[in-house]
Write a protein that binds this ligand. Structure first.
Ligand code: 4AZ
Length: 256
């Protein structure tokens, strides 16, 4: 996250940190995610570059994490991964990550997954096709870079505010032109001072509607970070209610 502030995990209790184990058994942070039910984390498809050859056994998901490089086993909840569903329509042939959405099923421990606490909680999905007005302010959170030029990620969870952009603005030639599909939306700070950055992808964009927070976006891509005329691009979660229902139900039959 560029700009914004250091956040506590209590204010983003659905945030998930997804790690990948290399062949030399080193644990590398891969992506953010959002806990949508006790056993399911919603994230971005591009977090799994091996596509359908992705080995679920290599991933670990940690909930309740404040700092990336410190672990606090008394409050963090750590899970192996049972299954990963990458959207069938995920496509990066145009370099724009269309359908950048994936579901990660946590492996149960004694028949249970995430336990609710002040640091671990699910986020609501918005109703299908609900659209918020351009200019609406939403929150993003993640453990990604604090500036595009840095080579290291933020040590602490950070949050920032961004405003939703009208599609026709984001599709202007001096913005992203024809890269923006109906499965995406753009959001940025009017002064370009706050944005998601490398390492935040997969993580949440949440908006408050009727005093409840809903997961409207999955952090997906952007040209640089907090760069003028280059908003952050998010997967439009409200296009995927049916897909999410299908997959999470499938997961409860085949993998429960
Ligand atoms: C990334 O590389 C990334 N400024 C995510 C979000 C944005 C840029 C890059 C948006 O994961």
């Amino acid at each position: 996250i560029v700009g914004g502030t250091v956040a506590t995990v209590e204010s983003h209790p659905w945030i998930a940190a997804i790690f990948w184990r290399t062949k030399s058994r080193e644990k590398v942070f891969r992506c953010g995610g959002s806990l949508i039910s006790a056993c399911w984390v919603l994230t971005a498809a591009h977090c799994f570059p091996d596509g359908n050859n992705t080995k679920a056994e290599r991933f670990t998901v940690i909930l309740g994490k404040n700092a990336l490089n410190e672990s606090n086993p008394t409050v963090e909840q750590k899970f192996r991964v049972e299954k990963i569903f990458i959207h069938e329509g995920f496509d990066n042939n145009d370099g724009n990550f269309n359908n950048d959405i994936a579901l990660v099923k946590l492996k149960t421990k004694l028949g249970k997954c995430a336990k609710e606490s002040d640091k671990v909680r699910t986020v609501c999905l918005p109703p299908p096709q609900q659209r918020l007005q351009p200019g609406f302010t939403c929150d993003i959170a993640g453990y990604g870079k604090e500036s595009h030029a840095l080579w290291y990620r933020s040590q602490y969870l950070k949050e920032a505010q961004v405003n939703l952009l009208a599609d026709n603005v984001c599709r202007q030639k001096n913005y992203y032109d024809n890269m923006i599909t109906d499965n995406m939306f753009c959001a940025a700070r009017p002064d370009w001072s706050q944005d998601a950055c490398e390492g935040d992808s997969g993580g949440p964009l949440v908006c408050e509607v009727g005093s409840r927070l809903f997961l409207f976006g999955v952090i997906s891509w952007g040209d640089g970070c907090a760069k003028e005329l280059r908003p952050g691009v998010y997967t439009r979660v409200t296009n995927y209610n049916k897909w999410i229902e299908e997959k999470t139900h499938l997961g409860s039959i085949t993998a429960g």
